[in-house]
Design a protein around this ligand. Structure first.
Ligand code: NAD
Length: 519
C-alpha cells in the first residue's frame, strides 16, 4: 500500500468516525440509515477502491432484503406522520433540517472527494447545491394548492395533488450528493416517505446527509438510505410492494431494467439517463467564449457528467482553428489528486469506467479517428497516483457513425465534427438516440433561437453551457429518459392529481352513464 493509500484510508476512517458511521469493533462501517438508525449491511461484502491510486479503500456490506423491508416500513409509517403536519410546518421543518448541515460542509466535501475521486473544489460546490435544493423545495411545501375545474354541471370539482406514499430512488456515482438532494427534497416536499439507494461505489455521503437532515426535525424514518449492488438491493427496492413510484438516475441500460420492474407492478417511473450532447459552434460565435465553454462542457468532472458536451459540432470554415484552440486549452487543464486545491480534473471514478473510456478511444483510433490531444495517462502526476487517470482528450476526423460519435463515453473525451450550414448542424445534433442537452454558440439571436427550437434535447443553452438550477425543469428525450426533475415539474412527479366532485345543486343527482345527470 503506498503513502497516498494510507493517507486516503486514514482520512476516510476519521470522517466516518466523525459522522458516526465507523465500524464497531472489528466490523464493517454502518452504511445504511434506516428508521432513524445507522445500521451495517447484512449482505455480501463490497470492496471500494481509491480512484486516485487503484488501491484498496474500504469494505462494507450490501444492505440485504431484510433491511430493505425495515426501510420501506419505516418510510410508510413516517409518511403518515409527515402528512399529519400542516404544509407550513413541513416547510419549516425542511428549512430547519437543512441548517443541520452547517458546520459539516467541509467534512462532507472531503468524504465525497476521497470516495468519488472528485476534486475537492467540485465537492464543495456539490454541498452548496444540496442546501440550495432543500431551501427551494422547502418553499414549495405550502404552495402546492390544487385547482378548481369549471365543470359544466352543478358540481364543485377540485383537484388536489397528493403524495404517492413511499417512493424508491436510485442514484449513480458521478454526483452522489447532488443527485441525492435533487430527488430527496421534492419527494418529501410533496409529502412522501423515501427509500433511496445510492450507487454501491459512493455509499456514504447520502447516509450522512439523511442523518443530518433527520436530526433537524423530520419524522424518524421519513428518509431511509440503503446501500448495496444494483442486482441485489437495487432490484429488491424496485420490486418491493411498498414502493409506489420509482425515480432513477443512471445509465440507459439500468434504466430499462428499472422501468421494466416498475411496469411489472404497474408502478410509474422517472428516468434520468445518459446523453451524447451536441455543442454547436457557428462561425459567427465569440470564439473565445465558445472555446472556454467547449472545454468546461466536457472536461468538468472528468467528463463524468450526464450533460457533458461530448460532441463538438463546429462550422467548417472555423473548424481547424477551434479544434486547435480546444485541444490547447485541454492540454493545460491541471489534472491531479482529488484532495489538491489546484486540481481541476481528477481521475475517473472506477476501473470499469476507465476501461470503458480507454477502450472507446482505442477503437476510435483503429477506425481512423485522430487523437488531437490526450488519449493517454497525463504526465506529471504525483508518485503513487496510479489510479484511473486519463488526460483531457480531443478527437477529430470522426465519422458520425463511429462508436465514439454515437455512444456515451462518460469520460474526458470530446469528438469534434465539422458542419456546413444550419440545417447540417441540426441534422448532426439530432442524429443520436439520446436527447438530454445541447448548446448553440452564435452572435445571431434569430439563428440561436431557431436552432435551439429544433434541437431534440431536454435542455438547450445559448452562448453558455451547463447552467443548471433546481428552479428549472431538467430531463431527457428518447434514450436520455422521461419525466422531469427540478422546478415545479420535478415536484409534480412526486404527486398524483386527485379529482374531488361535490354536488352543490338544490337536488342531488347521480349520473347514469354519459347521457344523464347534470351534464
Ligand atoms: P448505472 O446505471 O450503472 O447505476 C446507477 C444506479 O443503478 C446504481 O445505484 C446502481 O446500483 C443501480 N442499478 C444498477 N442495476 C440495477 C438494477 N438491476 N436494479 C436496480 N438498481 C440498479 O449508472 P452509473 O454508472 O452509476 O452512472 C452513470 C450513468 O448515469 C451515465 O449514463 C450518466 O449519464 C447517468 N446520469 C444521468 C443523470 C441525469 O440526470 N440524466 C445524472 C447523472 C448520471
Amino acid at each position: 500500500m503506498n503513502a497516498l493509500d494510507i493517507q486516503a484510508r486514514q482520512t476516510l476512517s476519521d470522517l466516518l468516525t466523525q459522522f458516526g458511521l465507523s465500524p464497531e469493533a472489528g466490523g464493517l462501517p454502518c452504511s445504511n440509515w434506516i428508521d432513524g438508525d445507522l445500521v451495517a449491511g447484512r449482505g455480501e461484502a463490497i470492496a471500494l477502491t481509491n480512484p486516485a491510486t487503484g488501491g484498496e479503500l474500504i469494505t462494507y456490506r450490501d444492505a440485504g432484503a431484510d433491511l430493505l423491508d425495515q426501510a420501506v416500513e419505516a418510510a410508510s409509517r413516517a409518511q403518515v406522520e409527515w402528512m399529519a403536519l400542516t404544509a407550513s410546518e413541513r416547510g419549516r421543518r425542511m428549512n430547519a433540517a437543512i441548517r443541520r448541515l452547517e458546520g459539516h460542509e467541509e467534512a462532507l466535501a472531503q468524504l465525497e472527494s476521497v470516495v468519488a475521486g472528485k476534486p475537492i473544489r467540485d465537492c464543495r460546490g456539490e454541498v452548496g447545491k444540496v442546501r440550495e435544493m432543500f431551501e427551494y423545495y422547502a418553499g414549495w411545501c405550502d404552495k402546492q394548492h390544487g385547482e378548481v375545474i369549471p365543470v359544466p354541471t352543478s358540481h364543485l370539482n377540485y383537484v388536489r395533488h397528493v403524495p404517492f406514499g413511499v417512493v424508491g430512488q436510485i442514484t449513480p456515482w458521478n454526483a452522489p450528493m447532488f443527485t441525492c438532494a435533487w430527488q430527496l427534497a421534492p419527494a418529501i416536499a410533496a409529502g412522501n416517505g423515501v427509500v433511496l439507494k445510492p450507487s454501491e461505489l459512493t455509499p456514504f455521503s447520502s447516509v450522512v446527509i439523511a442523518r443530518l437532515l433527520e436530526s433537524g426535525g423530520l419524522p424518524q424514518g421519513l428518509i431511509n438510505i440503503v446501500n448495496g449492488l444494483g442486482p441485489t438491493t437495487g432490484a429488491a427496492l424496485t420490486g418491493h410492494d411498498g414502493i409506489s413510484k420509482l425515480v432513477f438516475v443512471g445509465s440507459p441500460d439500468s434504466g430499462r431494467l428499472i422501468a421494466e420492474a416498475g411496469a411489472r407492478r404497474l408502478v410509474p417511473s422517472v428516468l434520468e439517463l445518459g446523453g451524447k450532447s451536441a455543442n454547436i459552434i457557428f462561425d459567427d460565435a465569440r470564439l473565445d467564449d465558445a472555446v472556454a465553454g467547449a472545454q468546461a462542457a466536457v472536461f468538468a468532472a472528468a467528463g463524468q457528467s450526464c450533460v457533458a458536451g461530448s460532441r463538438l459540432l463546429i462550422q467548417r470554415n472555423v473548424f481547424d482553428a477551434v479544434v486547435e484552440r480546444v485541444g490547447r486549452a485541454a492540454s493545460q487543464i491541471t489534472v491531479g489528486l482529488p484532495a489538491d486545491e489546484a486540481t481541476r480534473m481528477g481521475p475517473l471514478q472506477n476501473v470499469r469506467q476507465f476501461e470503458h473510456v480507454t477502450g472507446m478511444i482505442e477503437r476510435a483510433r483503429a477506425a481512423g479517428a485522430r487523437v488531437v490531444t490526450g488519449g493517454t495517462r497525463p504526465l506529471g502526476l504525483p508518485e503513487g497516483a496510479d489510479g484511473y487517470y486519463l488526460a483531457p482528450t480531443v478527437i477529430a476526423d470522426v465519422d458520425a457513425s463511429m462508436e465514439i460519435a454515437c455512444e456515451e463515453v462518460f469520460g474526458p473525451v470530446v469528438v469534434a465534427m465539422p458542419f456546413d450550414d444550419e440545417a447540417d448542424a441540426i441534422r448532426l445534433a439530432n442524429g443520436t438516440r439520446f436527447g438530454l442537452a445541447g448548446a448553440v454558440w452564435t452572435q445571431d439571436p434569430a439563428k440561436a433561437h431557431r436552432v435551439a427550437g429544433q434541437l431534440r434535447a431536454g435542455t438547450v443553452w445559448i452562448n453558455s453551457y451547463k447552467a443548471i438550477n433546481v428552479m428549472s425543469p431538467f430531463g431527457g428525450f428518447r434514450d436520455s429518459g422521461f419525466g422531469r426533475s427540478s422546478g415545479l415539474d420535478g415536484l409534480r412527479e412526486y404527486t398524483v392529481p386527485q379529482s374531488v366532485w361535490v354536488e352543490t345543486g338544490v337536488e342531488a343527482s347521480v349520473a347514469m352513464g354519459y347521457g344523464s345527470g347534470h351534464e
